[in-house]
Design a protein around this ligand. Structure first.
Ligand SMILES: C[S@@+](CC[C@H](N)C(=O)[O-])C[C@H]1O[C@@H](n2cnc3c(N)ncnc32)[C@H](O)[C@@H]1O
Length: 189
């Protein structure tokens, strides 16, 4: 399955017009910039083209971005040379304990990573996670529900972190289409 995912995403990043342009950081990241540190090490999980990482690099962080798509990794590295861009399968990825000051997870859902995020954050570290709610199936019934959040699920998923911002609802995506998302910014005590 991960190899098929890599091929599918390589194809999208090579030829889908929606991924042609460079783009910018997700609005939820910008909205929560106030909480971000200006130094330290961050991890961008399933970073795609690395635009969220670039935002943190500009703010002074060192960033590691991980993605299974070789095309995404090459494009991200070309656009953002300071990014430590790694092609790897997150279903087999080791996260070291107490290593990261920020973990970003935008539009990628792998629930078994969640407890590892908590362990891998340094005390005071931030988790920023935003992804699709199951309501997207009204418009996109083709998306497998296992990769979609249930309403309220993210709100209760990190009891060991201090929630700074949480919201659920429809918001404008990068390509101008509204989509239902849950968004969390939380800090490790
Ligand atoms: C919807 S995109 C999100 C990209 C980026 N975070 C963003 O929000 O713009 C999902 C990303 O997950 C990556 N991906 C899918 N399965 C993966 C896996 N098993 N390991 C690492 N990356 C994976 C894809 O290559 C793709 O870049």
């Amino acid at each position: 399955m991960p190899i098929e995912d890599a091929q599918r995403w390589d194809q999208r990043y090579s030829s889908d017009k929606r991924f042609e342009e460079k783009g910018g950081p997700h609005p939820f990241l910008v909205e929560n910039a106030y909480y971000l540190p200006t130094r330290g090490l961050g991890l961008d999980v399933a970073m795609g083209l690395g635009n969220d990482s670039a935002f943190l690099i500009q703010r002074g962080l060192r960033m590691i971005g991980v993605d299974i798509s070789g095309v995404a990794v090459r494009r991200a590295k070309a656009a953002h040379p300071e990014l430590m861009a790694v092609q790897a399968d997150l279903t087999r990825f080791y996260l070291p304990p107490e290593r990261f000051d920020v973990i970003l997870n935008f539009f990628y859902l792998q629930r078994d990573l969640w407890p590892r995020y908590v362990r891998s954050l340094r005390p005071g570290g931030l988790l920023i996670l935003e992804t699709l709610l199951v309501d997207i199936r009204e418009m996109r019934p083709d998306i497998d529900p296992q990769y979609l959040l249930q309403p309220g699920e993210l709100a209760g998923a990190f009891p060991d972190l201090e929630t700074l911002t949480y919201k659920e609802g429809w918001s404008e995506g990068a390509h101008g289409h509204p989509r239902p998302v849950a968004s969390l910014c939380a800090r490790k005590p």
